[in-house]
Design a protein around this ligand. Structure first.
Ligand SMILES: Cc1cc2nc3c(=O)[nH]c(=O)nc-3n(C[C@H](O)[C@H](O)[C@H](O)COP(=O)(O)OP(=O)(O)OC[C@H]3O[C@@H](n4cnc5c(N)ncnc54)[C@H](O)[C@@H]3O)c2cc1C
Length: 263
């Protein structure tokens, strides 16, 4: 590293990124300092002095500061259960003290713990260039813009998450998140997202539609539909067939947990 820059304002941080092409924002550094990470630069722009840590729950909207660490999120009294559980998938408290929400999104990890839940909450990201875009768009377009805040409407739906590790404390095979809204027993809104099934975290929009229009019911048919839709590759985390099966079962598990919670 030859330059370590510490801007005091968001505008300054954005301007420095433009001034030094190839520079990288530095959140908690848990990803950038990892020997496994291929994100390397000679110029790092520290986000520390921007103090993007405020988490606020309003009447309808929850706002999470991008530099909030996983541990700070878990310790926040008003943190919703599903987000707290997703943060806990990162089992090392030491790493949770480092890893930030913004860093988790911007690292574009295929096995992100946080993106599935943020995607099913329809979270929007406030960016340093004044844009507001969905977390889904940020991932699909592989954006690198500075993330200031993450916000979502907490009045809509009930969410559940689940993570599957290869072995205790081992590599993450997949994470799933589901958010459902009901009128009586009818599902009026469905959002499903999974990580670990390819290079990007994905929403399973075609399955979501069939759950809402009633042509697909939760249960064995849903497990099969999810397994048929995802297209993972075989690697040291498991064979493609195993991952497809596991993905179907895990999504159904999330749905069952939501159904039990609202019953
Ligand atoms: C051994 C190990 C294993 C891990 N396994 C997993 C895993 O399986 N799943 C998982 O989800 N997490 C995992 N993590 C945690 C992982 O590091 C997280 O993704 C973490 O949230 C990254 O946050 P950070 O602040 O440390 O990011 P950093 O390392 O600071 O940055 C990561 C990337 O995000 C960019 N960035 C940081 N903040 C912002 C911002 N506000 N706006 C725009 N860009 C930004 C950086 O430029 C960089 O490209 C693991 C960590 C370790 C150490």
């Amino acid at each position: 590293m030859s330059r370590f820059l510490k801007p005091l304002t968001i505008d300054e941080a954005v301007a420095l990124k433009k001034e030094y092409p190839g520079s990288l924002y530095l959140g908690g550094g848990s990803e950038l300092n990892s020997p496994l990470s291929d994100a390397v630069s000679d110029t790092y722009i520290s986000l520390e002095a921007l103090n993007l840590k405020a988490c606020v729950r309003g009447n309808h909207t929850t706002i999470l500061g991008a530099s909030t660490t996983f541990q700070e999120l878990m310790d926040w009294d008003e943190c919703p259960d599903a987000l707290k559980e997703a943060a806990g998938f990162l089992t090392s408290r030491n790493v949770r003290n480092q890893a930030t929400l913004g860093g988790n999104i911007a690292a574009h990890l295929p096995d992100s713990y946080m993106l599935p839940i943020l995607m099913v909450l329809d979270a929007d990201l406030e960016l340093g260039n004044d844009e507001v875009i969905s977390a889904v768009q940020y991932v699909q377009e592989h954006r690198q813009n500075l993330i200031i805040n993450i916000r979502y409407d907490h009045t809509r739906g009930k969410a559940a998450v689940k993570n599957v590790l290869r072995s205790s404390g081992g590599l993450s095979v997949l994470s799933a998140a589901v958010c459902l809204d009901f009128e009586g027993e009818k599902i009026t809104k469905a959002a499903i997202a999974v990580s670990g099934m390819g290079p990007k975290v994905i929403r399973l929009t075609s399955i979501e539609k069939t759950l809402v229009d009633g042509s697909l019911k939760p249960g064995a048919d849903l497990e099969k539909a999810v397994a048929d839709l995802v297209d993972p590759v075989s690697d040291l985390k498991g064979s493609a067939e195993y991952k497809k099966y596991l993905c179907g079962v895990t999504v159904q598990d999330c749905i069952s947990r939501i159904q039990e919670a609202v019953a």
